[in-house]
Ligand binder design. Structure first.
Ligand code: SF4
Ligand code: SF4
Length: 370
């Protein structure tokens, strides 16, 4: 069954199946690497509750919703908004980045979403950029690291007591010139001390708030990616142990495909950092899109706004049909802006049959046999 699902997903008809939805512009952190700093904390221009209801009503089916912000848990009605995506769009996968500053709030939000959306899975991705003071310095919030650990503990407790298969507790780390030396210790720390579902590594993107923030050399990034693959194998097995993939594909095939996808992501990012192009087309605007907190629509997080929902009957699809959208989609396809953005690389992998059916499994088998 899962083999058929894999093949079916690869060849399914195009349409937006992954949406990044900025649920609020409000944030209680001040991260040095934030590339949205100029758009943060403008609650008066955020879509109102009523406007969000209209937007979701017009979306039609969308499988995966990735919330963003700001800090998403600061939107007071995040649970109701999630439930509306679940009911109206049939969404069954929600990811929630979280800066971990409010342990009780994230636990409450996660529990209510899982209760009210009984067929959905929820991935809570805690942003952790270093151990102790490195994290607090990058996030510019004293005590943030300690509070993030409390948040992680609360969610692991919730997962293990009630939602072993549907709640995914992950850490997400952005590689920068300020934390790369500590990455091996950080990966080890979380593997040994916390029973996470995954530890994702991202390459810093966009223009950071602090101009001194940058990337380490490509050689250093490749070293971290190598460690990342070992880590990913470990977490793929832990998820398999918890029954999070279903058992019918078997441990070897399941973990191989998961690790293969991550490896293909790293490979694509390394090509970009070396000045080369992606080996597939970017599907931004065709199978993925972005709605900002103020209602602006973009084909991806790194390209400029196309138009605002308030001027287009709160209908994202009307905006994606505009000539300006088509121009951006064509530019993306012509590899004019190949980037290192995890989400859009994954989504493009999922919609490129040659990569999913051939390149990815070949790479995966090679890694697994090492
Ligand atoms: S990176 Fe995220 S948590 Fe940090 S300031 Fe920006 S929006 Fe807030
Ligand atoms: S390649 Fe990157 S910047 Fe260009 S459209 Fe795709 S996601 Fe956006």
């Amino acid at each position: 069954m899962r083999v058929l699902k894999y093949i079916n997903q690869t060849f399914q008809k195009k349409g937006i199946d992954f949406l990044i939805f900025f649920i609020t512009s409000v944030c209680n952190a001040r991260c040095k690497h934030c590339f949205y700093a100029d758009s943060l904390n403008k609650p008066n221009s955020d879509l109102t509750d009523e406007e969000i209801r209209k937007v979701i009503k017009n979306l039609g089916p969308i499988k995966d919703i990735a919330f963003s912000g700001g800090e998403p848990t600061l939107r007071s009605n995040i649970v109701e908004i999630t439930k509306q995506f679940y009911d109206d769009c049939g969404s069954r996968s929600f990811s929630l980045p979280c800066n971990g500053l409010l342990p009780d709030r994230i636990r409450q939000v996660a529990e209510q979403i899982l209760e009210q959306c009984p067929e959905a899975k929820l991935l809570v991705n805690f942003s952790i950029d270093g151990l102790n003071e490195i994290h607090d310095r990058i996030r510019a919030v004293p005590g943030n690291f300690k509070r993030s650990l409390q948040s992680i503990e609360k969610l692991i407790e919730l997962r293990d007591s009630k939602y072993l298969k549907r709640l995914f507790v992950n850490v997400n780390t952005v590689i920068t010139n300020e934390n790369y030396k500590e990455m091996p210790d950080q990966l080890k720390f979380f593997r040994e001390k916390y029973d996470l579902d995954g530890h994702f590594i991202e390459v810093m993107r966009g223009t950071p708030k602090d101009p001194l923030m940058g990337l380490p050399s490509i050689e250093e990034i490749k070293k971290i990616h190598k460690l990342g693959i070992e880590n990913d194998k470990y977490y793929a097995n832990r998820k398999y142990d918890r029954g999070k993939f279903g058992a019918d594909l078997g441990r070897y095939l399941t973990t191989t495909l998961v690790v293969g996808a991550i490896n293909y992501l790293y490979y694509t990012q390394e090509r970009v950092l070396e000045g080369k192009k992606w080996k597939m087309d970017c599907k931004a605007g065709e199978t993925s899109a972005v709605i900002d907190a103020n209602g602006d629509v973009r084909i991806c997080e790194l390209r400029e706004r196309i138009a605002n929902l308030r001027d287009h009957d709160y209908n994202m699809h009307n905006i994606l049909k505009l000539p300006k959208s088509q121009q951006q989609i064509n530019l993306a396809k012509s590899h004019a802006c190949d980037c290192t953005h995890n989400c859009f690389i994954y989504n493009s992998i999922n919609h490129t049959p040659k990569v999913r059916m051939l390149d990815l499994p070949i790479k995966a088998i090679k890694i697994n046999s090492k």
